[in-house]
Design a protein around this ligand. Structure first.
Ligand code: CTP
Length: 409
């Protein structure tokens, strides 16, 4: 019973579809979900507090400065109480406000202060939905971590046809069921993950090193996304300028050798994601003192190979996780070279990344990748923020882990 005793905070926005909130509330309550509601000022134009109260068996919150409900109504406790926040209907205006981070009434303040997932259920005219302003908001909201249910295509209340129609209460209900089902399952499984990220530095002398352009952002975002999904995650990071979240368990390393030692200590884990741009070579000898500009300096640089961490894990019977995910940074023959790496390093999945493009890949906030699986499936993720790409990769990882577990149990 995935929905049993779950707590849902339902925020009713101002649109003609608001009446569907009543149907959904009835469905949820019937399935033992506790529903508390915030009714926005414009939502009140479409549904009455009395009808919501009768269906939810709970009081309806409206005002941010409500003396009667002072304890319960403050923007922190309402979102802390909930397992999930659902905004229905989410209007174009609401999307724009959330994009700007506004906190101008109880609804927007609670959403901004929420530490739970916030699901937005858009409903608006097709032109409004497709307008660049709304689509820009959508991009940012996805990047902020909001999740969306719909919209779908269909005939609208205004008589026009197209994308923008709100998902039906049944569709929303089924989304919620899957959402809680997955979350509960992942929680129960207690999955663990190790993610490597960033460049490594291979020192030549005390002040000079060999390294690369990697910012570490994509790996960090994947670690964040996995943690959010309930996976106990450790990030092993080379030198980056990322301001890591305090909640993230981070092990900082400098060289490839150190990365290898730390990763080995953290294994076994259920999943390992090698997103680091590990230097392939290191100087055979690190000079104790700064190398002087003598004529022979250039001939001092003797290199040796670093161990390939991903390949080492892939080939190890003892350390191989249930799911091994590699990255493949390529400037040519992306698919061919990536599949070769996937096989060579015994990965289950490889994230192929074309690093020849200036606006995606290394050292930028955007990425465009292919997720290639061992079974030949390829998922093309168009250019988007690294946080969005990470959420997709994390979802794929969890789906695979759950399928693996089902097959082995
Ligand atoms: N990798 C690793 N340890 C290394 C080198 C690479 O764990 N010493 C991992 C990376 O984290 C990535 C994958 O191997 O997941 C592929 O790295 P990439 O740099 O794309 O390829 P290489 O194997 O180094 O091959 P090449 O440089 O020839 O493309």
């Amino acid at each position: 019973m995935s929905l049993q005793n779950k707590k849902l905070l339902l925020i009713i926005g101002g649109g003609i579809s608001a009446y569907k909130a009543l149907d959904l509330t009835r469905l949820l309550v019937k399935n033992n979900v506790e529903v508390k509601t915030i009714l926005t000022k414009s939502g009140k134009e479409f549904v009455t507090p009395l009808s919501i109260m009768s269906l939810s068996n709970n009081k309806v919150f409206e005002d941010i400065f409500d003396v009667n409900n002072e304890k319960e109504i403050d923007h922190i406790s309402l979102s802390r109480w909930a397992d999930l926040v659902l905004v229905l209907p989410t209007t174009a205006n609401m999307m724009s406000k959330l994009n700007l981070g506004k906190a101008e009434d109880l609804a927007t303040t609670v959403i901004l202060a929420s530490n739970k997932d916030v699901l937005l259920v858009p409903a608006m005219n097709v032109r409004m939905w497709l307008h660049k302003a709304t689509q820009n908001s959508l991009k940012n909201l996805l990047d902020f971590g909001y999740k969306f249910i719909g919209p779908v295509s269909g005939e609208m209340a205004c008589g026009e046809y197209g994308e923008g129609k709100m998902s039906s209460p049944r569709q929303i209900f089924s989304y919620l069921k899957d959402y809680f089902n997955n979350r509960d399952l992942v929680k129960k499984k207690k999955f663990s993950a190790v993610v490597t990220t960033g460049p490594t530095r291979e020192y030549i002398d005390p002040v000079r090193y060999m390294s690369n352009e990697s910012s570490g952002k994509q790996g960090y975002e994947i670690a964040l996304a996995l943690s959010k999904l309930g996976v106990k995650t450790t990030l092993v990071a080379g030198p980056t300028s990322i301001n890591f979240s305090k909640e993230m368990n981070v092990k900082n390393i400098t060289s490839a050798e150190e990365m290898m030692i730390v990763v080995k200590k953290l294994l076994p884990a259920d999943v390992v994601v090698c997103a680091a741009a590990v230097a392939d070579f290191r100087p055979k000898k690190k000079e104790k003192n700064k190398i002087k500009k003598c004529n022979e300096a250039h001939s001092l640089l003797n290199l040796e190979k670093n161990t390939d961490i991903l390949e080492y894990i892939g080939k190890s019977n003892k350390l191989k996780p249930k799911l091994l995910v590699g990255f493949s940074a390529e400037t040519e023959n992306l698919i061919g070279n990536s599949i070769r790496k996937l096989n060579q390093k015994y990965c289950d999945m490889i994230i192929a990344n074309n690093i020849s493009k200036k606006n995606t890949g290394f050292n930028v906030d955007y990425n465009k990748v292919l997720i290639i699986e061992k079974n030949g499936k390829i998922l093309d993720l168009p250019r988007n923020k690294k946080s969005y790409i990470a959420a997709k990769i994390a979802k794929k990882i969890i789906d695979n882990l759950l399928i693996n577990d089902q097959n082995t149990n």
